[in-house]
Write a protein that binds this ligand. Structure first.
Ligand code: ASP
Ligand code: MG
Length: 448
């Protein structure tokens, strides 16, 4: 069995859906399960529709609905399927219309309602695609993920799948697959134990696919994107970035967090349990091998896998002589951040100081005031984290080269962190220097 996930841009219109259908049809002998995102930017359009409903009231609903209907109806027509919606699709759209009217009247959008609202994107896309698959002779069936065993907690907008899902998913899907059906499953969404719709977080259909693959013990999960795979750097920064053929789950999670948009950061979690490989492939170029994410690297892998950067970072420097030989100081510092619900990313400490980073979007005036009671606090904004993902047992070589590159560029590194066992070496530079540093490092590690 094979799980194939296609993101929003891969199913954005009729031409792309035709193309996806061909990719699936060529792999029918491997028993595919297909997982889809909402068509194109439908998820964003749904959220915009709700925002308009709240600001402009009921008059906005019809226009918003028109836009969302048009994407799907136009695709159906272009696929030569029908000039009208099927009763099933019509029913979904009228439910969506009622929901938007409701939002326009009560002018409120809770996390729970928002999840219910965006679920229409995936529910519509699997029905359009499955209908076309069937029309060209694939024995396909649209399946809502709650009918495929996806049970989550009630943490709306970022729900976690419950352990029951591990048994419920194969129970629901394996009989279909064994019966020769190609299930076309909604990514991103689930239901909680009370039957209320939830979502797994933006970009969450990657996780839906890896969960199905792991729970059903599939041969592999294929995540089809519009890039060749995981690249050595962001191609917008480094135009000649290269394809990375193999990375570990750990490296892939680090890459996802530190700025690379290739995979959802949590998508690796289920595969780690079952050692199911994840292959990232390009739906525009199916012949390109793509990147393989698996528990271990093939022998002879390069020292450095990739270089990423994360911008809009704030650096907080906390200095206090009270720290010397004391216990509890770090606990006090971190509990202050926890109280203000601020997530800290990088940390480095010395005997008299703690430096840490967080996203600039946090307002840290209150934290600064609290911390100033115990230490001298300095806050610097507009920084960037540059991260090198590579083999930890070669870290001395990596650090030496990295600092060599920075000093030859005249760039001052402002904080450095490297774990004892982890694959990630990160340092802070000024935001406007990050691009130059990434290009310099890329040259050093990958271009000769
Ligand atoms: N459609 C959802 C989103 O845009 C989920 C996904 O694409 O994975 O975030
Ligand atoms: Mg999407």
């Amino acid at each position: 069995m094979l799980v194939m996930k296609f993101g929003g841009s891969s199913v954005a219109d009729a031409a792309r859906i035709r193309h996806v259908a061909e990719i699936v049809r060529n792999r029918l002998n491997r028993k595919p399960v297909v997982v889809l995102s909402a068509m194109g930017d439908t998820t964003d359009h749904l959220i915009e529709a709700a925002e308009k409903a709240m600001s402009e009231g009921p008059v906005s609903v019809e226009t918003s609905l028109e836009k969302i209907s048009a994407t799907h109806l136009f695709a159906l027509q272009k696929l030569g399927l029908s000039k009208m919606f099927t009763p099933e699709l019509r029913e979904l759209l009228s439910e969506l219309a009622s929901l938007l009217s409701g939002i326009s009247l009560i002018k409120e959008l809770t996390a729970k309602t928002r999840d219910y609202l965006v679920s229409f994107g995936e529910r519509l896309s699997v029905r359009v695609a499955a209908r076309y698959f069937s029309a060209i002779g694939i024995n396909a069936r649209a399946v809502d993920s709650w009918d495929a065993g996806f049970i989550s907690d009630s943490n709306f907008t970022r729900a976690e799948l419950l352990p029951e899902s591990w048994e419920a998913i194969p129970r629901a899907l394996l009989p279909l697959v064994e019966g020769g059906v190609v299930p076309v499953v909604t990514g991103f969404i689930a239901k909680d134990a009370n039957g209320v719709i939830t979502t797994l977080g933006r970009g969450g259909s990657d996780l839906s696919a890896t969960m199905i693959a792991s729970a059903c013990k599939a041969e592999e999960a294929q995540v089809w994107k519009d890039v060749d795979g995981i690249l050595t750097a962001d191609p917008r920064i480094v135009p000649n970035a290269r394809l990375v053929r193999a990375v570990t789950y750990e490296e892939a999670s680090e890459l996802a967090f530190f700025g690379s948009q290739v995979l959802h950061p949590r998508a690796m979690q289920p595969c780690g349990k079952t050692c199911t490989p994840v292959i990232v492939k390009n739906s525009y170029h199916p012949e390109v091998e793509g990147s393989v994410i698996s528990p271990t690297l093939p022998p002879g892998s390069q020292t450095v896998r990739a270089i990423t950067t994360r911008s809009n970072v704030t650096l907080v420097d906390i200095v206090s002589s009270r720290m010397v030989g004391q216990y509890g100081f770090l606990a006090e510092v971190f509990s202050t951040f926890a109280e203000h619900k601020i997530s800290v990313d990088m940390v480095a400490t010395s005997e008299v100081s703690v430096s840490l980073t967080l996203d600039t979007e946090y307002d840290i005036a209150a934290v600064k005031r609290d911390l100033s009671r115990i230490a001298h606090v300095e806050v610097k904004t507009n920084k960037a984290i540059v991260t090198i993902i590579g083999l930890v047992n070669r870290s001395s070589v990596i650090l030496e080269s990295a600092f060599g590159v920075c000093s030859s560029l005249g760039v001052q590194t402002q904080m450095v962190s490297q774990g004892a066992s982890k694959v990630n070496i990160s340092f802070i530079v000024d935001g406007d220097e990050a691009g130059t540093v990434v290009r310099g490092l890329h040259k050093k590690f990958f271009e000769g």
